[in-house]
Write a protein that binds this ligand. Structure first.
Ligand code: NDP
Length: 278
């Protein structure tokens, strides 16, 4: 039976470390402030924003909340971001994605000052990651690295396969594993013979966005499997991109869904907020 990689426990551990760090900064008269912008009334986005605000409260990060109507124009949103970019009391700016269709998401991402881009989506931060310079790193893949390290999974020299090449998960995930000296393959929808490639992996990270796609035929015995996917099934329960029941008996470690990668994303967002005081 595989060991479960407990994202709930590990994210709590990280948040408690950050809380202690925030208290230390507070004693020096310094406090991190995160501005969270939500445009429109998408219920899932409202839940994510609320969870982020709660995490800020727990750690001792000041959060400013901007809940804008869905009719907000691109110009109005850009003007708010500009104001926050120029506000020295604000360390981090987060625009909850997706934004309504009439707003250009790429333009919004590029308008946030790279030094306040705690989501790590700005091209300057993406570029910094690629060349190994300091910058904000996309929270979900950064969380995966923490899950591996804090579960004593050695990445150096390992065959790492990432399934998915999105800008926010797959690509930065590949670069981070490379930075940890893994030997990395990034697979995608045009990859030939995905099963054989996945079966090579000592560490398999799946961010494919397809419920339970990766089953036992894709994994090597004893591999470590990280499931980034999250889907709500017809019965209301959550599942990942990995078919947990078929994969779990043959691997050494695996993340559950829920309670694996999910809680790590917010923990790493909080880490990015505090890191601007370091
Ligand atoms: P995207 O849809 O942006 O990317 C999916 C990737 O999977 C693409 O690169 C695509 O390839 C590839 N892909 C699709 N089908 C196949 C296939 N049959 N074989 C091989 N590759 C395939 O998704 P995201 O990266 O944004 O998210 C992935 C999953 O992670 C989703 O389930 C999402 O909900 C979840 N997620 C969870 C987070 C968390 O906090 N836990 C945070 C972010 C995402 P191609 O590029 O060729 O089209």
């Amino acid at each position: 039976m595989a060991e479960l990689i407990d994202g709930k426990r590990i994210s709590k551990e990280i948040k408690d470390e950050l809380k202690a760090e925030a208290e230390k900064f507070k004693a020096e008269g310094r406090e991190a402030t995160l501005a969270v912008i939500l445009v429109g009334d998408d219920p899932a986005s409202a839940v994510y924003v609320n969870n982020k605000k709660k995490a800020c409260e727990y750690i001792g990060i000041r959060s400013l909340s901007y809940e804008l109507p869905k009719e907000t124009t691109e110009e109005e949103l850009l003007a708010l971001i500009d104001k926050l970019n120029n506000d020295d009391s604000v360390n981090g700016i987060l625009v909850q994605l997706p934004v309504p269709d009439h707003i250009d998401e790429n333009k919004i991402i590029r308008s946030i000052s790279p030094s306040k881009d705690v989501d790590g989506f700005h091209p300057l931060n993406v570029g910094a990651l690629l060349i190994g310079e300091k910058g904000f790193v996309s929270c979900t893949p950064a969380g995966v690295i923490q899950l591996l390290k804090r579960s004593n999974v050695d990445i150096e020299g390992k065959e790492c396969v990432v399934v998915g090449r999105s800008n926010i998960v797959g690509k930065p995930m590949g670069v981070l594993l490379l930075r940890e000296n893994g030997t990395v393959t990034i697979a995608h929808s045009r990859t030939k013979d995905l099963k054989t490639i996945c079966k090579r992996a000592d560490i398999l990270v799946v961010a494919v966005g397809k419920p339970k796609m990766i089953n036992a035929e894709y994994v090597k015995e004893g591999a470590v499997v990280i499931d980034v996917g999250i889907h709500r099934m017809d019965n209301g329960k959550l599942c990942g991109d990995v078919d947990f029941d078929s994969v779990e008996p043959i691997v050494s470690k695996i993340t559950p869904v829920p309670g694996g990668v999910g809680p790590m994303t917010i923990a790493m967002l909080m880490d990015n907020c505090i890191s601007s005081l370091r």
